[in-house]
Design a protein around this ligand. Structure first.
Ligand code: GUN
Length: 287
């Protein structure tokens, strides 16, 4: 039997529809939410992502500002811009598109973002809040994946989730969010010695590595749910980290690339921006 294809594109469109109404209602009571996106250089994939984020923001009524810097921007200039955006009441969310050029220390840049405006959920305060299960801004890709899993009624509690990739953007926060759902979680990465043995144990297999077709059907447990976060470009074509054709008759559910995780990341960013705007507009409590 062929796996159910988890349509992230469709779910993201539904989320955007709901958000559009919520943004309009929010705007009636307050001001239009604003998202600032900082793009350094002209990395082709980043250009595409940033464009998609801006287009989606506009479609739901979120004002978006694109701030571009050349590749050779100094770290100081970048930090000064972030400080300015932190103090700008029209900006509720700040996102610095990664990767950054090598001469810039990514963590220093992330640390400079006001945690209340950190719609990527990368600031250490938000990472810590996520760890302890406190409501906070959550990283968009893993949070989008949890939404997708829940929309398809994939049981998480007690299930073995195996994550391939231990990045700060996807793998690590994914592990935390699944632990918070009471899944049993294993995290594999480039140094894992017995990858196939590990992936074969997964009820839920989440792959975020950036290697075309790293995972093939023989590495997947029958009836598993397979979430492919990979975006690997070859000319105009995009391939995932999972070999869809060899997995589709083994898994029970699988995400396509494109049209699976990618749109969910963007929809979640918009949700985070509205959440950030709401928490910033809270009237101070007068004692
Ligand atoms: N580069 C790849 N994914 C992401 C993401 O989720 N956020 C940011 N800021 N940069 C990225």
């Amino acid at each position: 039997m062929s796996a159910i294809i988890m349509d992230g594109k469709q779910l993201a469109a539904q989320i955007r529809d709901t958000l559009k109404d919520e943004v309009a209602e929010y705007q009636n009571q307050s001001v239009q939410p604003g998202l600032a996106v900082i793009l350094v250089g002209n990395h082709p994939a980043s250009e595409t992502y940033v464009q998609a984020k801006q287009k989606a923001a506009l479609a739901v009524g979120i004002r978006s500002y694109l701030i571009r810097f050349a590749d050779n921007v100094s770290q100081g200039e970048l930090l000064a811009k972030i400080a300015q955006l932190n103090n700008d009441p029209q900006v509720n969310g700040i996102l610095v598109q990664l990767p950054l050029p090598k001469h810039i220390d990514v963590q220093t840049v992330i640390d400079a973002i006001d945690p209340e405006k950190d719609v990527d959920g990368f600031h250490p305060l938000n990472v810590g809040n996520m760890q302890v299960g406190k409501k906070t801004l959550l990283p968009c890709t893993p949070f989008g994946i949890v939404k997708l899993l829940k929309a398809y009624n994939i049981p998480l509690q007690g299930k073995h989730a195996v994550i391939v990739g231990h990045s700060h953007i996807v793998g690590r926060p994914m592990a935390t969010l699944l632990l918070n759902e009471n899944a049993t979680v294993s995290v594999c990465h480039a140094y894992t010695e017995n990858l196939k043995e590990m992936t074969k144990m997964a009820d839920i297999l989440i792959v975020a590595v950036g290697k075309k077709h790293l995972i093939t059907g023989d590495m997947v447990k029958p009836a598993a749910t397979v979430i492919d976060v990979g975006i690997n470009r070859e000319g105009k074509r995009i391939f995932g980290d999972c070999d869809f054709d060899s997995i589709k008759d083994i898994a029970s559910h699988i995400t396509p690339v494109p049209g699976g995780v990618g749109p969910m990341t963007i929809a979640t960013l918009l949700c985070n921006t509205l959440q950030a705007a709401r928490s910033q507009s809270k009237q101070p409590v007068l004692v």
